[in-house]
Write a protein that binds this ligand. Structure first.
Ligand code: GLU
Length: 471
């Protein structure tokens, strides 16, 4: 299969865009086909500086590298529609010459007037075909000097039927479709024309994209027919929804891939998570690497119903991925993260110690901080109260006495010492272990105490217990 991801550079790569890119990527890899990246930048007003860079970087971060494109300084880049205007103009001329499209000279004021009249008469607003019947020679002459657009002729009656790999058989009544603008007054083609021309020349035979493009598909199919080209297959992916089932929007949380990256989400986790937005493997399995997805993914298992973007699940998955990483890989990513945030270098043993407490890489500083602090501060009132409690103070006093008789303190020594304290003071269970944890880390949860003690060593343990005693 030859498939493509065709974003418009109007902002940062959206998680929905990542899913579209992923499903295309999977379809290409499964069939040993090609995955093309095409930047649809024909709408000059909606361009955002840096958007292309962000799209490419985000795709690369997620591991979805594209396969081909024009030569750019020894490397290859994506295709840019703005570099292909000649091709579009050639086909606009062809459509006009063959009577499938026509010049339209209507001013925006006139179009607005028509719209208002239609709305007032409770009719569906749309182009009224005003310029459709201008004699061809006259229209061609006027087009030389007057501002104009080119519109495609949509048949006035009949239905357009097609089959979608996700949505099955679809039929659209043609009389509800507007004569779509194909070329704008600024000389740039619209998305519809450029998209069809490019998919043809790039030999794309399967178009996987978001459901919002479904209503445009009949127009695209007509264009393929007008131009005498083979129509590709289509697969329209379900909408992404907020948990209240409204359309996923910025207002309810982050939507850019970059935002999740900045939050310390691993690319593997985000990719795995978006794979399950609208697709399922047919059983309960949820964790898939990119390679595993290539093996098991199928468009036939993509749902029509909107897919809820469940953030909790993303975070859960991310924790799973952090724990699954090879040790060296984990250390590498943790160090890179911390360096990127301007943090001090931390020993491998501390990074490994906190690993099980992390949901995202962004949790690293908070988890490391109490271990690195001179003397940890109790994290909340409950911890502060526990530190001061009489029985806790007894525990600290006894611990310091014992430690003063020792040279070193291994994890096993520490466990033995805790038993000794229990026997000496009668304090046990949570009342014994929790004060010890708070004295050593300031926190009520965290890695296993003997592991912490092993890394700290006797002096640091004594120092912290003594500080707690003075409190
Ligand atoms: N440029 C369109 C977009 O931004 C692409 C739609 C398509 O894949 O055909 O989503």
């Amino acid at each position: 299969m030859r498939v493509r991801f065709a974003p418009s550079p109007t902002g940062k790569l959206h998680v929905g865009g990542l899913r579209t890119a992923l499903f295309n990527y999977l379809a290409a890899r499964q069939t040993k086909g090609q995955f093309i990246l095409r930047i649809e930048d024909t709408d000059q007003n909606r361009q955002v500086t840096g958007a292309v860079q962000n799209l490419i970087e985000s795709l690369h971060w997620a591991g979805l590298d594209y396969d081909e494109g024009p030569e750019r300084g020894g490397d290859f880049g994506p295709y840019f529609q703005s570099e292909r205007l000649d091709i579009y103009h050639r086909h606009i001329d062809q459509l006009v010459a063959e009577d499938h499209a026509y010049y339209c000279f209507c001013s925006s004021e006139r179009l607005e007037e028509v719209r208002q009249t239609q709305i007032a008469a409770k009719r569906q607003p749309g182009y009224d075909g005003h310029c459709r019947h201008i004699p061809k020679a006259e229209a061609a002459r006027r087009a030389k000097s007057e501002p104009h657009v080119v519109r495609m002729k949509i048949p006035e009656t009949g239905e357009l039927k097609f089959s979608d790999r996700v949505r099955g058989n679809i039929s659209y009544p043609l009389n509800q479709m507007d004569d779509q603008v194909l070329l704008k007054t600024d000389g740039f083609p619209t998305y519809h024309l450029a998209n069809v021309v490019d998919d043809h020349y790039m030999q794309v035979n399967l178009v996987i994209r978001g459901e919002e493009w479904l209503p445009s598909t009949p127009k695209h199919i007509l264009l393929y027919q007008y131009l005498g080209w083979e129509v590709p297959e289509f697969a329209h992916l379900p909408l992404l929804l907020n948990s209240d089932r409204s359309k996923l929007s910025k207002r309810q949380g982050d939507v850019a891939v970059e935002d999740y990256r900045a939050k310390g989400i691993l690319p593997e986790a985000l990719v795995n998570f978006v794979a399950l937005l609208g697709w399922n493997p047919g059983d309960d399995r949820e964790i898939f690497s990119l390679d595993e997805l290539v093996d098991v993914f199928s468009l036939e298992r993509v749902n029509k119903a909107g897919a809820v973007f469940n953030l909790e699940k993303l975070y859960w998955m991310n924790g799973q991925y952090i724990r699954k990483l090879e040790v060296s890989d984990y250390l590498n990513r943790a160090n890179t993260w911390l360096a990127g945030q301007g943090h001090v270098v931390v020993s491998d043993e501390l990074l490994l110690l906190v690993r099980d407490s992390l949901t995202t890489l962004a949790d690293l500083p908070d988890n490391l901080e109490p271990l690195l602090a001179e003397i940890p501060v109790p994290e909340n009132d409950e911890a502060a109260a526990m530190l001061k409690a009489e029985s806790s103070q007894t525990v600290y006093r006894t611990a310091v006495e014992i430690l003063d008789t020792r040279e070193t303190l291994s994890a096993d020594d520490f466990k033995a010492m805790m038993k000794q304290i229990q026997q000496a003071t009668g304090v046990k269970g949570k009342n014994l272990w929790m004060p010890a944890r708070i004295a050593l880390t300031g926190q009520v949860h965290g890695p296993e105490l003997p592991r912490i003690v092993e890394i700290f060593g006797k002096e640091k343990v004594r120092e912290r217990l003594a500080a707690a005693l003075r409190n």
